[in-house]
Design a protein. Sequence first.
Length: 686
Amino acid sequence: MERAIDRSLVLDRARAAAEPIGAPGPRTAAPPRVAIENVRPRVDDGAYPVKRTIGDRLEVLADVFADGQDALRVVVRHRFAGDGGWSETAMEPLGNDLWRATLPLERLGITEWSVAAWVDRFATWRDGLEKKAAAGLDVANELREGASLVRAAARGGDAHAAPVDPRVRALLDDEASVLAGDGPQAERVRTACTPELATVMAPLDTRDGASASPVLRVRVDRVRARYGSWYEMFPRSAGNDPARPATLAEAATRLPAIAAMGFDVLYLPPVHPIGVTHRKGPNNALTAAPGDPGCPWAIGATTGGHTAVDPALGTLQDFDAFVAEARRHGLEVALDLAFQCSPDHPWVREHPEWFRHRADGTIQFAENPPNRFEDIYPFDFASPAWRELWDALRDVAVFWAKRGVRILRVDNPHTKPLPFWEWLIADVQRAYPDMIFLAEAFTRPKIMKRLAKGGFTQTYTYFTWRNAKDELIEYFSELTQTEVREYLRPNLFTNTPDVLHAFLQEGGRPAFQIRLVLAGTLGASYGIYGPVFELCDGRAIPGTEEYRDSEKYQVRVWDHDRPEGIRDLVTRLNRTRHEHPALHQDERLRFHPIEHPQLLCYSKTSADLADVVLVVVNLDPRAAHEGWVELAIDELGIGADEAYEVRDVLTDARYTWHGARNYVRLDPAVMPAHLFVVRRRPGSSA
């Protein structure tokens, strides 16, 4: 007999707080007696929604209390944003004034919720009646008071409540007559304390003096927002002729191999026409020779802009066919969203007011002194024509959404205004609630976090630059065990077209194996920048993190069967990720002590401990190391003296371990990591 609340439960707290005791003027109701504090989960006091995925249950916790010993009713009010009335879920007391409820999340988008509480007059009366009756006291007056409460409920004591069903009214009138009657007092007390009467009375409570927390929000995304394996490739490098870009049709021939490695998402850099003016040559040369393809991030030419496909790749219909073929192989295509233009972009001619102009009247190109990017014009997001610009950029995202793209990897979002992203993401997701936005935000921590709060579904991280044991533990403890986990979903890319870390440049094949295992097990979402990582290509321009012969500036032809590649390891890792739910989330990441400074040990478990994955990694690509691991076995569901099997899915080796302390040795020349699936031995018990 629950009902939706169609009235405000909150007094004007600010006015009440400012009004001194004894102030003149009538007061219609006393201030609420119930305090609601420390409502969680929330981000920045509710300024931004927390993030969850479809099928999750939102655990709501709150400290709720009042003066005295009166019984309280506490509920979570919730509704999908934009819907009308509120539904309610009762909260249960956990002790020490802490209350909890869980809400099923079954709809993509924003769900609103708040905690409401009030003194339950009927429950308070019943508790007092039971105690007095148990003490052998006369409770005649108490029974008459109870009869009055029941009659008031039968008549609809709350002026804003829905009319009481006639059958319920008749039942309550009968119960009130029994309570106020002259029957044996013990029988009347039993009638008052039946669970059936409490159930009927609960939704009819007048809720006088109710309190409510501010309305909070949870953003519910599809599962791919939380979990997935990404593969990045330049489609123009998918052919066999280094003298010309491959087409999308040729690139589609790579899809079966990428799918066979177990990837879920195929990310493409910009596929749009590339500008000619100030086009860059190989290795970022300032001049391009005839036939040089240019950088895909210099978007726009006479053949079109952000809603066109580079003619060298094909047509929009070829793009649609590529997306459909990828889907047939179980791959979802993610597209780069780079809001910048080449000097040849149609918008430069049609809307010069969207760009910054220098004193001499020319348009300002991108700069990061001493670097100059004359092939790229940034937008002026604060120009007098900003509304038209913002709408046009939103329409770009919608254009690709209409063509079936539901993942957009956003290039350098930290160089655009934060309010712009909050508006664009919310507007696009209203129409396409399954849209995922990944922020390529290699920037300062507070800006990265604000972008995540403001709507980005996933975020690149500093993982690339976290290579030592202590910094890995510190960083991933922050990402998974603090408030950050409520709003920032990390996507651990091992490398990008812009970043080849010194660890990969100098560590050889074992370094790529190390970073692969770390990325794929520390993070529920991870990615590799395609063939260069798969083939362990660590060649860089000396003194930089830039690749030598980077695909950003030229077509590459790859031999995917090179023996130094790690395709088999990638395949094993991704297969394990698919098979083990423990690796589909980040919040149950747990680090375990291991005595050697170059050995890192951690586990992930499913919520019910039915799936336990244990990882040990040698962080040194050059030397073997050994040590003793100390497992927190109680958190893994293993008994102190229990024997259990650990099977390394990377090598198929099996070991029997006992209790918490066990020995490991890892030689990077053989395999620098163990990825153990833990199996309790038959007949064992904790």
